[in-house]
Structures are given as structure tokens and as C-alpha cells.
Design a protein around this ligand. Structure first.
Ligand code: CAA
Length: 259
């Protein structure tokens, strides 16, 4: 499939890496880029086990939503643009497979929001996070007020959004915005090693674990526990559960078939 703003690498170990590539704007997201990202997500091959999202080039993951496109929008246009970004990011969040953000530089505004829609964030030391929207006369519009509060708590989310300040990678790690920080030259190798570890496990288990965590998060304690019970039980319908446990008891390596 052809893309103008995405560079896609399909590895034969079930890992796909997609890099947002808009060199003239540090990979800012305009509506064409967002629509392309949606098309890419909708057409992801079922053989893909882990998706890695990164930014093209050494400087930027995504420098935000495209300010030149937003400048002349009215309320109706703002609503459509916000809904487009939120819808695409939600598709990423609820994908059946894990999504890892390899944050290789600026992750500002919509870039920080894209990273937060992923399951796991690994950042390079030069990564810079932030929600600078209040300095532009808007607020985060691709679900950043919601996801940042969920990830780092309301106190830090409010401070980061009200001040619009930049969060360096070491602070992002400290407040739980990212899982790990590594030197830039090690970023993709670190992310790929994590992805390979995930692909060694039963794909259905990873999928149900993701669904249980995501869907349980918005429920009551009792609801979340009941939901986990359901997904746990479903695992026993799968060949991979029999294989995983048989392999353990036979002291051999499991060979999962995603059935
Ligand atoms: N939208 C449009 N263009 C952008 C952009 C953005 N978000 N970010 C960078 N660019 C463009 C710049 O305008 C510049 O273009 P020209 O070469 O044509 O002048 C080019 O990318 C390179 O940028 P800089 O010259 O500014 O590079 P720098 O190294 O000096 O600074 C930066 C880098 C700190 C990331 C700076 O570009 C910047 O502050 N960018 C804007 C970040 C931002 O405010 N993001 C939030 C956008 S609002 C949003 O995302 C809303 C939402 O939630 C949906």
C-alpha cells in the first residue's frame, strides 16, 4: 500500500514499524496525515503481532497537530479536526495488538497525545514531551486532557497543560509518562527487543490482557475483576493455552499458533 506521509517496514518476525514522515513540519499531523494513519491502521495485516510507531528523522516524533491547518478553523472545523485525531488515536489504542511508541524527539501536543494512545512508550534521551496548546489559544484536542490525567494523575496533567512547559525525558520517566529512556542510537533496538519478547508469548493471551487492562480501567473494581475473569476463562478455549501449559510441563519451549 502506498503512503505519502508514512514509512512502513514490515519485519518477518511479526513486527511492523511505522514512521510518521512530514519533514517540512517536524512530522506535524495535518488531516491528510491523520487520514493516512487511519487507513494504515484499518489495513494492518492480521499477521502483525506488535506495531511500533515512531517519527522519521533524528529530531522529532511528532511536533503536534499542524498549526498552519488549524489557524483559520472555526468552531465547527475545530470540532471535526479534534474528532478526526481522537478517532484515529482511539483506533490505535484499541488495536488487538500491542503498540509501542518509540519517541525519538519532540512529542508535543498531538505528538504527546499520539504517544499516550500507545500501550508502551520508550523515549530517547533527547525526547521532549509537552502539551503547549494553551500558549496557542486552544487546549489539547486529541484526547490529551483525558489520557495525560490517566497516565500521570491530575496534578501533573494540570500543571503540564496549564503551563505548556516542556517535559524532558528524565522527568517523563519519573512521572510515569514513559516506560524507559535510552540513548537515541539504542532506541529502535530497545523497542524491537521488547517487541520480540512480546511476540514470543501467546498472541491471544496478549490480546486478552490488553483488552482486560483497557476495558477494566473505566469500570468499578467489581466490574474490572469480573471482566478479567471472563477473558481469563476465554483463554481456556484456545489451543495456545494447552500448548503453553503442555510445553511448561514437558520442559520444552512453547510453539504458539494463535489458535
Ligand atoms: N505545526 C505546523 N508546523 C510546525 C509544527 C506544528 N505543530 N511544529 C513545527 N513546525 C514547522 C515550523 O513551523 C518550521 O517550519 P518552517 O521551516 O517552514 O519555518 C519547521 O516545522 C521546523 O520547526 P522550527 O524551525 O520551529 O524548529 P525548532 O527546532 O526551532 O523548534 C519545536 C522545534 C520546539 C518543536 C517548534 O517547532 C515548536 O514549538 N513547534 C510547535 C509545537 C506545538 O506547539 N505543538 C502543539 C500543536 S497544537 C496541537 O497539537 C493541538 C492538539 O492537541 C490537537
Amino acid at each position: 500500500m502506498d503512503y505519502n506521509f508514512l514509512k512502513v517496514e514490515n519485519h518477518d518476525n511479526g513486527i511492523t514499524v511505522v514512521a510518521i514522515s512530514v519533514p517540512q513540519s517536524l512530522n506535524a499531523l495535518n488531516s491528510k496525515v491523520l487520514s493516512e494513519l487511519e487507513r494504515f491502521i484499518d489495513n494492518l495485516d492480521i499477521s502483525v503481532r506488535v506495531l511500533v510507531i515512531t517519527g522519521d528523522g533524528p529530531k522529532s516524533f511528532v511536533a503536534g497537530a499542524d498549526i498552519s491547518e488549524m489557524k483559520d478553523l472555526n468552531e465547527k472545523g475545530g470540532l471535526s479536526f479534534g474528532q478526526l485525531g481522537a478517532m484515529v488515536f482511539r483506533k490505535i489504542e484499541v488495536l488487538d495488538i500491542p503498540v509501542i511508541a518509540a519517541v525519538n524527539g519532540y512529542a508535543l501536543g498531538g505528538g504527546c497525545e499520539l504517544a499516550m494512545a500507545c500501550d508502551i512508550r520508550i523515549a530517547s534521551e533527547n525526547a521532549r514531551f509537552g502539551q503547549p496548546e494553551t500558549g496557542l489559544g486552544i487546549i489539547p484536542g486529541f484526547s490529551g486532557t483525558y489520557r495525560l490525567s490517566k497516565l500521570v494523575g491530575q496534578a501533573f496533567a494540570k500543571e503540564i497543560i496549564y503551563t505548556g512547559r516542556t517535559v524532558k525525558s528524565d522527568e517523563a520517566l519519573k512521572i510515569g509518562l514513559v516506560n524507559a529512556v535510552v540513548p537515541q542510537e539504542e532506541l529502535l533496538n530497545t523497542v524491537m527487543a521488547m517487541a520480540v519478547k512480546i511476540t514470543a508469548n501467546a498472541p491471544i493471551s496478549v490480546k486478552y490482557a490488553k483488552k482486560s487492562i483497557n476495558e477494566g480501567y473505566d469500570l468499578s473494581t467489581a466490574g474490572a475483576i469480573a471482566l478479567e475473569n471472563e477473558y481469563f476463562a476465554k483463554c481456556f478455549n484456545t489451543k495456545d493455552q494447552k500448548e503453553g501449559m503442555d510445553a511448561f510441563l514437558s520442559k520444552r519451549k512453547a510453539s504458539f499458533t494463535n489458535e
